[in-house]
Design a protein around this ligand. Structure first.
Ligand SMILES: *[C@@H]1O[C@H](CO)[C@@H](O)[C@H](O)[C@H]1NC(C)=O
Ligand SMILES: *[C@@H]1O[C@H](CO)[C@@H](O)[C@H](O)[C@H]1NC(C)=O
Ligand SMILES: *[C@@H]1O[C@H](CO)[C@@H](O)[C@H](O)[C@H]1NC(C)=O
Ligand SMILES: *[C@@H]1O[C@H](CO)[C@@H](O)[C@H](O)[C@H]1NC(C)=O
Length: 839
């Protein structure tokens, strides 16, 4: 039940009427009302967030400043600031190095973490000369001299970088200086340990996105060491027929106790190993090999740790994202498996099958090694170190859980994700994910049986901008979003947004439950016995709710539109007539279904009855509206431009006859005059009409869609393009437009084209009103009615071309209108709702 909420906390609501100062104040009030808070100051690039749950503080590293915000309400006035910008002198030097003065020649805070119980540690790019310093937490002031940061912090704001402080030692990974190769380093205290570059390079243009400490020593029966895992994308060195990519996503790891070798691998990691992360849909040849973001979800024990990653394909011009999950046990299995052949052996890309030295290369110091007198990595034998130096890559690949993405999404670029566990009413633990996009949206999703179900899509900013960082707070029940323009704080759930039982249940939000009246946050309820929730299936627990009742009366052969607005983006409309489902919605059946309603074409008396519109979602049919339709056997009016609804009922047959005769005479004359005029006009303008016409219709269709629709439409257009133009490769997974959705019968074949209208004397008629050659993407429906007259709000009366020698200029605009509506409807009717997560 994807709710695409209209801007939840958008500034533009107020920005027309208020000056800047007022804007912030008024905005805050408005947002606190909506449960969303913002922090913004004169600086930009709020890219580094550090949450201190215990202290109730959110530290924010931005460009030229660090802030300490109250995590309960980041917009409150108690925010403290450390200003730290590079000096003008430093900026000049940076400029003279040819760097970009808009972004690079500033001090971007790239690192901000707790050092010990009283101090934080931070590093900034400092206009291309990185520096680091301690912050005294209590006074919130820089408490030390600035230290050289070259070994700890990258030079630029956009360089891939990850860093951790573990037991007061700093572990960072980045491509530090411009010419340097990428590196994983432990900096403090000495001895510093880093990555080997020769004879085998351990990284190839690696772009680091994240790192995680897993305390595997805790509860270990083998005396195992803690490990630090690194996640990155690098240039692929191996080439196999199946897998030939330029870039590849990897996980690497080092042991915390690693001190380097004594002679071989001196001051180099002895425990570094790396393996490929696979996030792909092999059956569609779709490989997501660029890692964008990683989140480590701790388990009950360190071995239950899970890694959630956002991936994208290599091509930069396509917006596609996938979310994959990896288990630590699978990563460990691969690190315990065979090694890849050495890159300079000439057999790269194949598994190493020779003898593996003992102790196993790349292993941490365990009890077994200690019992052999090896207490430290400096005591490891040379043959083992030589092997690991040349064979850092594992042969097997780390497969994602379920061997496939949990979510796959077109037209979305996720930049960040975070996950956490929520206990649902059924006592099960669900994983709730927040994913930020490159254009300032936040998607909230729940993982159910290996699929991600998107609960909500929220627009966070009025100006599209990438989400740079995300942090979840359990104590504050908030999620914090860092972006170029500011920080936003949102509640973890907003159950009261759902105002019916079905909305609440369909949302599948593990935080929300229906109590018979409202959708409530279950964590705030002490008595949960009367709450209903169904995360697993998203369809159980609601009684039928009262349904709107309407009636319609139409004349035989008229068309009637029965409106039915379905609020959920994931629901499909299903119509029943007197209780039985309408079969075959094609033209021959006399019905057309769209997202906005059902069109009964050329209604017949047997089509009278009770129509019910249901929203079908998750296998549940919820009645939305009922119509009692009566088709009357009156004779339909057949004259040309009839400006008013027929009034025949009010008149006696005799006077009617006379009236008809005179009317027909008058109108016939009018038609003749207009025909002549338009013939003349058409003769002069004919050349340009066709092109303009279809353009305008398209524009009208586009303009009538709202924001959400537009997104959807865009997706559909894309699908259509994909479906039509690329039949092979990955694009096959896109549901073809015109494919029937599973719960409907296939649409009937296109009816034969009717003979062209008998109007050879009237070229204008042909060019303006004859829509038979209007482009029809489905090959369906070449017989669009050509004249339309609006009778009242909801229904349309149609006059066929053959019935009316219509040459009135009126016919064009109405035709366009109907055509737009029908075109739209055709699309919506035939397109199965793309449920991407089910791919
Ligand atoms: C910093 O913010 C500015 C303005 O919002 C933006 O144009 C720029 O891309 C941001 N830089 C980084 C590194 O995020
Ligand atoms: C944060 O604000 C809340 C009220 O909004 C207050 O109770 C709390 O003491 C504040 N915390 C800090 C660290 O200032
Ligand atoms: C934390 O580290 C800082 C900087 O090294 C030091 O001055 C301070 O005394 C340390 N605090 C504690 C409690 O060890
Ligand atoms: C390793 O440590 C054990 C106990 O800590 C000690 O008895 C032994 O001598 C050490 N071995 C070496 C080679 O340092």
């Amino acid at each position: 039940h994807t709710h695409t909420s209209t801007p939840l906390c958008v500034w533009s609501l107020l920005s027309h009427s208020l000056s800047t100062g007022e804007l912030i104040r008024a905005d805050t009030r408005l947002l606190s009302l909506l449960g969303c808070r913002r922090f913004q100051s004169s600086v930009v690039n709020y890219s580094t967030l550090l949450l201190e749950e215990d202290m109730g503080l959110l530290y924010v590293g931005a460009r030229g400043a660090v802030f300490a915000l109250n995590a309960t309400d980041i917009s409150d006035s108690t925010a403290r600031t450390i200003e730290w910008e590079a000096s003008e002198e430093q900026k000049q030097q940076c400029l003279s190095k040819g760097k970009d003065d808009k972004t690079e020649c500033y001090n971007h805070i790239r690192f901000l973490q707790r050092f010990n119980s009283t101090h934080l540690y931070m590093c900034g790019t400092h206009a291309f000369q990185p520096l680091c310093a301690y912050i005294d937490e209590e006074s919130f002031k820089v408490s030390s001299e600035f230290e050289e940061g070259r070994e700890k912090c990258p030079y630029g704001p956009a360089t891939g970088y990850t860093g951790l402080i573990v037991d007061q030692q700093m572990y960072t990974a980045s491509q530090y200086e411009f010419q340097c190769s990428p590196d994983i380093r432990r900096n403090d205290p000495y001895p510093m340990v880093r990555t080997e570059e020769a004879p085998t390079r351990w990284f190839h243009e690696a772009d680091f996105v994240g790192s995680a400490l897993v305390r595997e020593s805790e509860g270990s029966t083998t005396g195992d060491d803690d490990k630090i895992y690194y996640f990155f994308t690098e240039k692929s060195q191996e080439q196999t027929s199946y897998y030939s990519h330029i870039r590849v996503a990897r996980v690497g790891r080092v042991c915390k106790g690693d001190r380097g070798g004594l002679l071989t691998l001196q001051k180099r990691w002895t425990s570094f190993l790396k393996a490929t992360l696979v996030c792909s849909l092999p059956e569609y040849n779709l490989h997501f090999n660029v890692l964008r973001s990683i989140y480590t979800l701790p388990g009950h024990t360190p071995h239950d740790t899970l890694f959630y990653g956002v991936f994208s394909p290599e091509w930069k011009n396509v917006k596609i994202s996938a979310v994959c999950r990896f288990s630590l046990s699978e990563v460990q299995r691969v690190f315990d498996g065979p090694y890849m052949e050495n890159q300079d052996s000439g057999a790269e890309g194949s598994e190493y099958t020779g003898k593996v030295p003992d102790p196993r290369p790349g292993s941490c110091i365990t009890d077994q090694l200690r019992s052999r007198g090896i207490n430290s990595s400096t005591s490891l034998p040379d043959d083992m170190l030589n092997f690991v130096r040349r064979h850092p890559l594992m042969s097997q690949q780390v497969m994602s859980t379920e061997q496939r993405p949990l979510l796959f999404r077109r037209t979305t670029d996720y930049t960040q994700l975070v996950a956490h566990r929520v206990e649902g009413l059924d006592g099960q633990n669900y994983h709730l994910l927040f994913m930020g996009t490159d254009d300032g949206w936040l998607h909230r999703a729940v993982e159910v049986k290996g699929h991600l179900h998107i609960i909500e899509e929220l627009q966070l900013f009025d100006q599209p901008q990438r989400v740079d960082s995300l942090v979840i707070s359990h104590t504050q029940m908030s999620v914090y979003v860092g972006s170029p323009s500011g920080v936003v704080q949102l509640p973890l759930s907003t159950c009261n947004r759902y105002n019916s039982c079905y909305d609440c249940i369909f949302s599948r939000d593990p935080y929300c439950g229906w109590d018979g009246q409202d959708c409530l946050d279950i964590t705030a309820q002490t008595d949960r016995s009367n709450l209903t929730q169904d995360v697993l299936y998203g369809n159980r627990g609601c009684d039928n709710e009262p349904v709107q009742h309407r009636s319609r009366s139409v004349m035989v052969v008229d068309d009637v539109l029965l409106q039915c607005e379905i609020s959920s983006n994931l629901a499909t409309p299903v119509w029943t007539l007197d209780g039985s489902e309408l079969q075959g919605y094609g033209l021959e059946s006399g019905f057309r279904v769209g997202t906005d309603g059902l069109l009964v074409i050329e209604s017949q008396p047997e089509q009278s009855g009770e129509y019910t519109c249901h929203a079908l979602e998750n296998g549940v049919r919820v009645a939305v509206v009922k119509y009692s339709v009566t088709v009357r056997l009156d004779i339909a009016a057949t004259f040309c431009p009839s400006p008013s609804p027929p009034t025949s009922e009010l008149l006696s047959p005799r006077s009617m006859e006379a009236m008809y005769l005179s009317l027909i005479t008058i109108l016939g004359g009018l038609c003749l005059v207009l025909t002549v005029v338009l013939l003349y006009l058409g003769f002069c303008l004919r050349g340009s009409h066709r092109g303009k016409y279809s353009l305008r219709a398209a524009a009208a269709a586009a303009a009538s869609a709202n924001h959400t629709d537009r997104k959807r439409k865009h997706r559909k257009q894309q699908q259509k393009r994909n479906g039509d133009t690329h039949k092979g490769g990955f694009l096959q997974i896109v549901p073809r437009e015109g494919q029937p959705s599973p719960n409907k019968d296939p649409p009937p074949p296109a009816p034969p084209l009717p003979p062209p209208p008998q109007t050879p004397h009237n070229p204008l008629n042909q060019s303006e009103c004859d829509l038979q050659d209007f482009p029809s993407p489905n090959g369906l429906s070449a017989t669009l009615p050509s004249v339309l007259r609006r009778m009242h709000g909801n229904s349309y009366m149609l006059l066929r071309q053959s019935e009316a020698e219509s040459s009135s200029p009126l016919c064009r605009s109405f035709t366009e209108e109907l055509n737009t509506i029908l075109e739209k409807r055709k699309h919506t009717q035939l397109l199965p709702k793309p449920n991407e997560s089910s791919l």
